[in-house]
Write a protein of this length. Structure first.
Length: 186
């Protein structure tokens, strides 16, 4: 499917890049910002995986692959599925099932959760914020151009997934750091 023999092509030296359909666009184009931010989210999840094992790591491995699918979807304008890799709602449904399974183990929240508690949870929260930024950018792109709606749904579910996973990585919420409104006031 993919073969990369030459990495340095010099094709982007003038500030342009190619989309998946061959169209040349500026590197600061919103579509490029979208799939670049998805790539950043994938890298953040790679760091998170340094702090996971077992079931959590297997979920994150699937998510990383999904994020490459999402990048492939976003790098080709339009929404037609014929001959193109497009996100599917089954990928979001899998996230929903994993969220439900993880959340069933957690005590109900009584306050907002601050990022932290354990290294894994902190990295999950960082990845969550990058995913939220990617979602905002894809929503902005969708207001201007055709975007696969399943891509937006996936990013929305993924941020929820990372939030619940962070709580799971905090000993199922026991190590959660909760917000105390006004605690820093003099």
């Amino acid at each position: 499917m993919v073969r990369l023999d030459v990495i340095t092509t010099r094709g982007g030296d003038a500030g342009e890049t190619s989309l998946g359909d061959g169209e040349r666009v500026r590197k600061d184009a919103l579509r490029v910002e979208c799939f670049g931010t998805v790539d950043e989210a994938n890298a953040a999840i790679g760091l998170l995986r340094l702090h996971t094992q077992g079931e959590a790591d297997a979920m994150l491995a699937r998510i990383q692959n999904d994020l490459f699918d999402l990048g492939a979807d976003l790098c080709v304008p339009g929404t037609e599925a014929e001959k193109r890799l497009r996100m599917q709602d089954a990928q979001s449904a899998r996230l929903e099932a994993e969220i439900a399974s993880l959340n069933a183990r957690l005590a109900p929240l009584r306050s907002f959760v601050l990022p932290g508690g354990s290294p894994g949870a902190a990295h999950a929260h960082l990845a969550r914020t990058v995913v939220r930024r990617a979602e905002r950018l894809v929503v902005a792109l969708a207001s201007r151009e055709a975007v696969n709606p399943a891509a937006i749904r996936y990013l929305n579910r993924l941020s929820d997934h990372l939030f619940v996973l962070a709580r799971h990585l905090n000993e199922d919420g026991a190590r959660d750091v909760t917000w105390v409104p006004g605690a820093g006031r003099a």
